[in-house]
Design a protein around this ligand. Sequence first.
Ligand SMILES: [Zn+2]
Length: 462
Amino acid sequence: MASLTFLGAAGTVTGSQYLLEVDHHRILIDCGMFQGLKPLRLRNWAKLPVHPGSVQSVVLTHAHLDHTGLLPRLVSNGFGGRAFCTAGTADLCKLVLPDAARLQEEDARRANQGRYAKHTPALPLFTENDAAEALSRLQPFGFNRPAPVAPGIEAEFINAGHLLGSAYVRVRRSNATGGTLLFGGDLGRYSRPVLPDPSPGVACDVLLVESTYGDREHPPEDHGAELARIVRETADRKGKLIIPSFSIGRVEEVLYWLKKLEDEQAIPVLPVYVDSPMAVQALEYYRRHAAELDPDARPARGEVCAFCTERFSPVGSARESQQVVDAKGPSIVISASGMAVGGRVLHHLAAGLPDPKNTVLFVGFQAAGTRGRDLIEGAHQVKMFGQWVPVHARIEKLNAMSAHADAGEVIRWLRTFPKAPGITYLVHGEPPAQVALKARIERELGWNVHIPEYLEKVDVAL
Ligand SMILES: [Zn+2]
């Protein structure tokens, strides 16, 4: 018998981490950071229920921080093994883990400058050195090939279509005796550009599946019509279109649509700047791994890049970035961070928000307490660099872009399984979404579904 302990993403959407114990071996599936409200973030400091040095290996489903962000800490606390992942995940980890370390170190420094930190100096969750050490442990492995993650135990990555390199993971014994576990990771969407559809499900006894949008359906696809309208209206006003965007994944989708709309002559050809070093590097990784992407994201014959619009410019140095900030005339600027909490996009917003010719377009979820949320809720001014900036630019939001399957798409994926798993655990979701999805799976598929609690430990057949 083996056991599975839900160390995160239980009743919440972050902190994905599951401890599999089998034959005295310990394997962690995902090693994600908790994000969001403080009680959740405090869990990042919690001790593992077992010593990190006793963990044989880690298996990462994809590079998002809520699935990988605690790996540097695990390593600094004594984990000595390898972290298996796909090549795409390994590449994207080279961007996200050092970046997360820098933010941790900055936060700690800032806290130590405050008056409360005198007696208990704030520490970063992990440092850039820890992140570098974690990167050295990554063991890239191809899709659809069994990786030996512990003696007699293998894990196989199957493309999940959620992010470059993203996978769901099948774990079973190398000698094919015993049961099969399927760790769903995050599930992508159907018929979307850039990423392929999620691969069909495979027979398993235990399934973990995400429930982020378990009570919601995404708006229907408009084939870029709304984006085209926003680009045209901004160009007609001779304004700039500023798009705060997450550096990885979303930038590719925005560029895909801009290029398509240009090709269809649905929008004028404008200079398009990608002003985020991380986004530019991620774009390069997407190009390098184009064979794993949706066919529509592979360059057409004679093209260098499926994401490069006619007048596409990656922005490098801070000086070049300032030149784009100062430039007049219609253009499109895509820059991070996606919720306008930091990064180069702040300079574009500080210069662009006071001008009614401009448009700021949000393309992702805006969490409470962020500038992005304030802006979409109609703030007349926002504080940036210590000053109030008046908001006269037009503020727009596109809801259609999401990397996570909605409830209907989860059900659609579950219908591709050759048979019902013995048990399906709903993870990576807030309770209302989980309750709704559980009821729907039971009603529509008749499957056995359980919603695990944080730190719950269950027996699994393996
Ligand atoms: Zn994800």
